[in-house]
Design a protein around this ligand. Structure first.
Ligand code: FAD
Length: 337
């Protein structure tokens, strides 16, 4: 296997941060994953698993062996009257997987079109968009235990999915390398067009009975109009999670800001982080090479040449000002390295 030394990670992270990996290798099979786990132990270096680099912020050179996940493949492993079961290599691009499902008329992931990154990273934070999360189509995943090199299957329950959360970000952080994910997809279209912007886009296009392809196209149009393209402006999508606050805190905010948006859930009221950041005066603010996007304040951007530490500092300032103004703590969604 080719293990390269001192490789720039600039092409491998969507924030466009120029930091190096001490060692870097691509894993195209489960055996290669195992080999690299052993190798990192021999080298006395941590192993860092890299997918598409669309949810990380590099603040320093990585004194690590970086395993770039490249396990590919789609395998139909079962079906019944209603569903098919598809096993997908962790290194497949998430969006390519969504397009593959749409071509085959398998429903369930069309609302998740155009999310950057790999299939293997999708369970890490239970990716979600436009009213759908992957836990709804997730069957199980296969992962290599870094301590024993054994392969373990995780059911949906064992993954402990939550809002942008899973066991792999918490109790089992950095313990497993995900190699394959199995999804159950519906043979009959189950259209989920309830999300406001999708409904509106379909109306504008004059589509009354949408197919899953229509939903995917609508989501792609909306995302392109709202989110900066990382190929042009470095970013990692939503930088913070939307916070859920206890009802009394929400009521207090509402008394001062009657238009505050809020969505009830089991734990309280979810407030869009973008609204809080905008009210705190950050929308569109630019500080030399970095800033807060002018259309979507939840997205921090690198206009080119920005440093991870600068973006980290900016994110701390945003957190402080939102906490001071609203008594709400914003949690980052992005993984800091
Ligand atoms: C423009 C833009 C829009 C976005 N929109 C959304 C959105 O709508 N919804 C959403 O949920 N997210 C969104 N994201 C965030 C991001 O795309 C997802 O979190 C995605 O799943 C990250 O995948 P990745 O392969 O790039 O992971 P990476 O950034 O490479 O890695 C993220 C974390 O997962 C770990 N990891 C990656 N692969 C594996 C593996 N195989 N085994 C073990 N650990 C692994 C890494 O070590 C790291 O800790 C967006 C990002 C961008 C840039």
């Amino acid at each position: 296997m080719n293990i390269q030394e001192n490789i720039s990670l600039l092409p491998f992270n969507t924030f466009g941060i120029d930091k190096n990996a001490r060692f870097f290798a691509q894993a195209k099979s489960t055996d290669e994953v195992k080999y690299l786990i052993r190798k990192s132990e021999e080298m006395h270096l941590p192993l860092f698993v890299l997918g598409g680099g669309s949810n990380i912020l590099l603040t320093k050179n990585l004194e690590a062996l970086v395993l770039k996940m490249e396990i590919k493949g789609f395998e139909l492993i079962g079906e019944n009257e209603k569903e098919i079961f598809l096993k997908v290599g962790a290194g497949e691009s998430w969006h390519d997987f969504v397009m593959y499902c749409i071509q085959n008329n398998w429903a369930g992931v069309e609302n998740l079109s155009l999310i950057p990154g790999t299939v293997g990273a999708s369970p890490m934070q239970n990716i979600g968009a436009y009213g759908v999360e992957i836990k709804e189509v997730f069957d199980h995943l296969e992962a290599v235990d870094r301590d024993t090199l054994e392969i373990k299957n995780f059911s949906s329950e064992e993954c402990r999915f939550g809002y942008r959360e899973s066991v792999f970000k918490n109790d089992l952080k950095e313990r497993y390398v995900i190699t394959h994910v199995v999804f159950h997809l519906s043979k009959a279209p189950v259209i989920n067009a309830e999300y406001g912007a999708i409904k509106q886009t379909l109306i504008e296009k004059g589509i009354e009975s949408p197919t899953i392809k229509d939903i995917s196209d609508a989501v792609i149009d909306i995302r392109r109009s709202k989110l900066p393209d990382p190929a042009r402006i470095g970013n990692a999508g939503s930088f913070f999670k939307n916070p859920t606050v206890p009802v009394p805190i929400f009521e207090k905010i509402k008394s001062a800001y009657p238009n505050v948006p809020g969505f009830s859930n089991e734990e309280g009221i979810k407030i869009p982080a973008a609204w809080l950041i905008e009210q705190a005066g950050w929308k569109g603010k630019r500080f030399e090479n970095i800033g807060v996007h002018q259309l979507q304040p939840l997205v921090l951007v690198n206009y080119g040449g920005g440093e991870g530490n600068e973006i980290k500092e900016l994110s701390s300032k945003i957190q402080e000002s939102v906490q001071k103004k609203f008594n709400v703590v914003l949690q980052p969604e992005v993984n800091f390295l």
